[in-house]
Every structure is written in C-alpha cells, then in structure tokens.
Design a protein around this ligand. Structure first.
Ligand SMILES: *[C@@H]1O[C@H](CO)[C@@H](O)[C@H](O)[C@H]1NC(C)=O
Length: 360
C-alpha cells in the first residue's frame, strides 16, 4: 500500500478542490497539441501585413500599440494585443503571432505561428479593392509560399505535420458589409442583402475547402461582431437605433450571416474527412460588454479612446490628437472600429474556454 494514501484521503475537501483546479489550470496552459497558429482575415487579426503594402489603411504609428510589448506600434489595430495573440499564448506558443510580410521575422519564427491577414479585406474581391489591401485569394497564395519555405526549413515530413496539426483561425467579413455593400454602389445594385450573404458564403466555403486541400485540418471560422454597435456606426446613427444607438439593421445582418457560417461549419465537418472545424462567434460576448460595460470594468462603449472616439481610425487616430484618452482600459473600443486590448482579452478568454479548448 502506498504510504501516502492515508495523508491524501485526509486532505480537506476544499483543498482537494483547489488542488484539482490548479492542476486543470496548469494543463490548460501547457498541454499544447498545436504546433502553430495560422491566421487569415482582416483588421480584427492583422498583425501588421498592411505596413508593407501600399494602402492608406495602416496603424503602424503611435498611439497604436502603446500598450503592446515595447510600447511598439506594429500595425495591429489596437492599443495592444489582438485575439489571435492571446490564443497563441494560451496554447503555450509565443504570446503574439507575427505578420508574414514583416521582415524582422523569418521562417523559423513563422514555423510556430504566422498571420496572413490584411486590414480592410473581405471574402469578396471587390472589398479588398476599396482600400487596395490584400485580397483573400492572395492570403492563400502567401500561405502556399509559406508552405514551400517551411518544407525547405524543417523538411517535408516535419513541415507536413506542422501544417496538419496547426490551428487555422479565420476572421473576416465585416468589411464586406460596412466598407463595401453598404458604402459602395456596385454590390448593392447587383445583390439584395440576402443574395450578397449567399455570395459571401459561397466564397467562404471555397476558401475553407482550399485550406483543407492544402493540408489544414483544425479550423476555427469566426463570425461577425455586432457591427451596428461599432462607434463609427453609432456616430452615423446618432438619432436612430433601439435606444442604445446601435444600428439594428447591421446587427441583424451579422446574426443572420453568423447563422449561415455556423451551417457551413457543420457541412464541412460532414463532408471533409478528418477535418475538425468549429464556429466561433464574438457576437454575444461583445454585445454583453457593449450593453453593460461597467460589469466588465469599462467606463464607456459608445465612444472610442482614440481622438474624439466617434469616427477616427488609421491616420486620423495619430499621436498629435489632443483628445485621445490616457487609460485605454476604461474603453471598450480603441478606435471607431476596433476594440481595446482589454476587450480583446475578454473575448479571447471566452473563445479559449468555450471554442478552441477541444484543440488544447
Ligand atoms: C477573386 O479573384 C481571383 C484572382 O483573380 C480569382 O481567382 C477568383 O475566382 C475571384 N473570386 C471570385 C469569387 O470572383
């Protein structure tokens, strides 16, 4: 008989509970089965690819990044880290995911995680044309280029295992509606909003199937946020809304599109052998924060920290603006379109516990 048994059974109930809790938390942090995080999408997950292309949609200047490591503006559209950074950290990988076009990282770094996302892009090719950013099909071309470099660096066998075991995070779609459909005349003259959603869903299906063909197996498809509650939309909807100033039409579209994406994920799991796809919706978490900011320790969700907080992002949110807030932690939104690091962390915690923990 093990001499310790007596002692162990005498451990008080609550201590046992705490012990188990600590064990669970430890394994939560370190039991990584995922060798890399690979990211596709728009500004919700862009780690700085737009710094290296000719677009006006950039954020590689202060005050962006003022709460990031080294207080460095990286091209992330926030004061600090973005959700994919927190997810990478939770998997025991680097606490941030670098941008593929950033020359200060090499294939050795990217072997653990890489971001192909581009702020301002969408599922629809014509969305990336609006601000001359990287179209989604080109993110896939970069991914193919990455695979070749990874094979040269790590050998084919190891590279293939990284590609098969990596977690793929896709976060895109808001710009198709806000920057393209509801702003530019073309798509609105061709499609009703329902038809346009169907069109985007077809692209999402093609795209995820292409990733599968290229070796991806663990796929997280992210839904749209309550995009009618972004400060920019609230500003233009100042006298409208449902009492909360949010643009209800946009929120309804987001929910409907999320339902379709969820259906797509089910379909992929049924059709693609060996795939493990999950749908991740930031919608309700963010809406809860927006409706009751004080519960989460915020002071306001209606305006953003940067500049007047009503419409500025990118170059309008620069360090010379005298109105930028001093403590971003009091704000749900950093600029008129993007959450603060604190909000990103809350959303990521939810995603880690409820969506991707099956992959941990
Ligand atoms: C988007 O553009 C690429 C490159 O020209 C093309 O291959 C693809 O078919 C286009 N997608 C759609 C949905 O038109």
């Amino acid at each position: 008989m093990c001499p310790n048994t007596q002692k162990r059974t005498k451990m008080p109930y609550y201590k046992k509970y705490i012990f188990l809790l600590i064990l669970a938390l430890l394994s939560f942090q370190t039991d990584a089965k995922v060798p890399a995080i690979i990211v596709f999408g728009d500004s919700s997950v862009d780690a700085g690819n737009n710094n290296h292309i000719s677009t006006v949609l950039k954020s590689n200047f202060e005050p962006y990044g003022r709460d990031f490591y080294g207080h460095r503006p990286t091209g992330r559209f926030s004061n600090g880290r973005i959700p994919t950074d927190f997810i990478s950290e939770a998997f025991g990988l680097r606490p941030f995911v670098p941008a593929y076009l950033d020359p200060s990282y090499n294939i050795g770094d990217f072997a653990q995680g890489v971001c192909f996302a581009s702020a301002g892009t969408g599922y629809d090719n014509t969305t990336s044309d609006v601000l001359n950013v990287i179209p989604l099909w080109k993110e896939v071309e970069y991914f193919k280029d990455y695979q070749n470099k990874l094979k040269a660096y790590a050998g084919t066998v190891k590279a293939n295992s990284i590609i098969a075991e990596a977690l793929y995070i896709i976060s895109i779609g808001t710009n198709d509606f806000l920057e393209n459909y509801y702003t530019m005349p073309n798509r609105r003259s061709q499609y009703t909003i329902d038809q346009y959603q169907g069109f985007l869903l077809g692209i999402a299906e093609q795209f995820t199937k292409e990733l599968y063909q290229l070796g991806a197996r663990k796929i997280v498809l992210t839904g749209l946020p309550p995009m009618g509650c972004l400060p920019l939309e609230r500003t233009t909807n100042f006298f409208g809304g449902n009492g909360d100033g949010c643009m209800e039409t946009y929120n309804t579209v987001a929910l409907k599109f999320n339902g379709k994406l969820n259906g797509l994920v089910k379909k992929l799991n049924g059709e693609l052998h060996g795939v493990s796809a999950v749908f991740s919706s930031p919608y309700y978490t963010l809406l809860q924060i927006i409706r009751k900011p004080s519960v989460f320790g915020f002071e306001t969700a209606a305006v953003a920290c940067c500049a007047s907080g009503m419409f500025e992002m990118g170059y309008l949110c620069d360090r010379l603006n005298p109105f930028t807030c001093t403590d971003a932690n009091k704000y749900v939104f950093w600029d008129s379109f993007h959450p603060t690091e604190k909000t990103n962390r809350i959303i990521s915690d939810y995603v880690i516990k409820n969506v991707v923990n099956g992959f941990l």
